[in-house]
Design a protein around this ligand. Structure first.
Ligand code: H79
Length: 447
């Protein structure tokens, strides 16, 4: 081949490469930004919205110290000290039947449990590290597998919380805002860490049967990092199309996510300071909250919310069209503390009677009000009156004519008045007031 011919060939192939990248590159970027959920995923989203109530479980080796799940960071524990905890973690009284039965008794439809929190400790049998429950604890059993099997049996969906932030992994580098006192060396390969994370997610979505979804947390530790979430989300959707992806990153949802979550606040609120930048989007919504003030077990935290307050949170969440994910932090012996158990059971009793006004509903037609919220299903509107001192309550007119108004409790009639100009009025005699939630069902003329 003459050098001229070689030059021509080279020139030609360069042109072909350049042209194909012109064609392929835009297609790729479109593919990355346009996420089209599979039909199984859309169905799972509908199921999720109907479910309305789930149990959050924060459980890890930190429970041994009884100071919450942030103890490693808060107490500036070096990794060498923290690594002594697994040897003390032996939850011989853990009974998955008890936990799943408790969730059911509480009226919950799903469980979201920490598979790995910020300490990086895997509560499952990971082949990618020995920093896990099977390799490091005297208990040696995969509690997630035990729980997954029991959830299958009892018809409860299981979601895995997964912390993207990792205070122990050497390749979580450059470091973020937290985990700076763990005593790690000042080097690491970030994408090796991301590969490790994807590998663990592959394990979680392969070895535990059908999973409800993955609940990510921790991106806020390094908001500007290249988290490669598109690839991670794609992996999850490929392994289990029906698994819902959500992330507690405190920003608006990223393509590939299937629900939007709010920590310790109702959608659109920011009392806890975590939700500054997140507007409420179109995806199914979820809000999570603790019973005392701790996620992971903390024996000293006795500030338990009352059953009434917790029911109000559930009702309000439903009025905001959101699920309520209520947390327990089990003890290191595997038991859930009695203060949590009694509250959950009491909520369950309330739901047994009033579940119709919560499950399968959507928030509205009215936006939440100071007196309470509305939920709706078909041609029914449920007024949840939780804070109103007077007997007459006024509100904007309903979208359709109201055919009947009844107390949900006993079906007795409620006096009401519709007025074109002034709105809709009902009268609640003092004797009809329920100390938790006075529910009135309106039957509308149309859907
Ligand atoms: O798993 C539970 C908590 O451990 C975890 N999310 C729940 C579900 C969580 N912990 N903290 N946060 C979520 C929010 C983090 C807040 C802060 Fe910060 C981290 C305050 C200071 C450091 C992020 C980074 C906000 C400001 C800087």
């Amino acid at each position: 081949m003459t050098s001229r011919l070689r030059f021509h060939r080279l020139f030609l192939s360069l042109i072909i490469i350049a042209m194909s990248s012109l064609i392929i590159a835009p297609a790729l970027s479109i593919a990355q930004s346009a996420y089209r959920p599979a039909s199984a995923n859309l169905e799972a989203r509908r199921w999720f919205q109907e479910a309305r109530f789930g149990l959050f479980i924060h459980w890890g080796v930190y429970s041994v110290l009884s100071k919450g799940e942030w103890v490693m960071n808060n107490d500036k524990m070096p990794i060498a000290d923290y690594e002594k905890l697994p040897a003390q973690f032996n939850p011989t009284e853990f009974d998955p039947v008890e936990w799943v039965s408790l969730a059911k008794a509480a009226g919950m439809k799903y469980i979201t449990i920490t598979s790995k929190h910020h300490d990086g400790f895997a509560m499952f049998d990971s082949k990618l590290t020995d920093w896990d429950i099977v390799d490091r604890t005297p208990y040696k059993k995969d509690v997630l597998k035990m729980l997954a099997d029991e959830c299958q049996k009892q018809g409860i969906k299981l979601f895995f919380y997964y912390s993207q932030l990792d205070w122990r992994h050497p390749d979580y580098f450059p470091r973020g805002r937290t985990g700076l006192t763990a005593g790690r060396g000042e080097s690491g390969e970030w994408f090796k860490y991301i590969d490790f994370m994807d590998g663990q997610l592959r394990e979680l979505l392969t070895n535990y049967g059908p999973i409800g979804g993955i609940w990510f947390d921790g991106m806020w530790d390094k908001p500007k990092a290249e988290w490669r979430v598109e690839q991670t989300y794609k992996l999850i959707h490929e392994l289990q199309p029906a698994a819902l992806v959500g992330s507690n990153h405190h920003i608006k949802p990223i393509p590939g996510e299937d629900f939007q979550m709010f920590e310790k606040d109702l959608p659109g609120h920011n009392t806890a300071g975590f939700n500054e930048q997140s507007e409420v989007g179109e995806l199914p919504l979820e809000t999570c909250e603790t019973i005392n003030n701790a996620w992971g077990y903390n024996a000293d935290d006795k500030k338990f919310k009352s059953t009434k307050d917790l029911i109000h949170y559930l009702v309000r969440a439903a009025g905001y069209n959101a699920n309520f994910l209520l947390n327990v932090g089990p003890m290191p012996n595997g038991k859930i503390q009695p203060e949590f158990v009694t509250r959950l059971k009491d909520i369950g009793q309330w739901l047994e009677k009033n579940g119709e006004t919560i499950y399968g509903t959507r928030g509205g037609p009215l936006t939440p009000r100071p007196w309470g919220v509305t939920t709706r299903k078909g041609n029914k509107v449920y007024l949840h009156i939780i804070n109103w001192p007077d007997s007459v309550l006024s509100m904007p007119k309903m979208p359709q004519k109201v055919k009947t108004a009844k107390f949900f409790k006993d079906g007795s009639k409620v006096e009401f008045l519709e007025h074109d100009k002034y709105g809709f009025f009902i009268r609640i005699p003092q004797t009809a007031v329920d100390e938790i939630d006075t529910i009135v069902v309106l039957e509308l003329a149309g859907q």
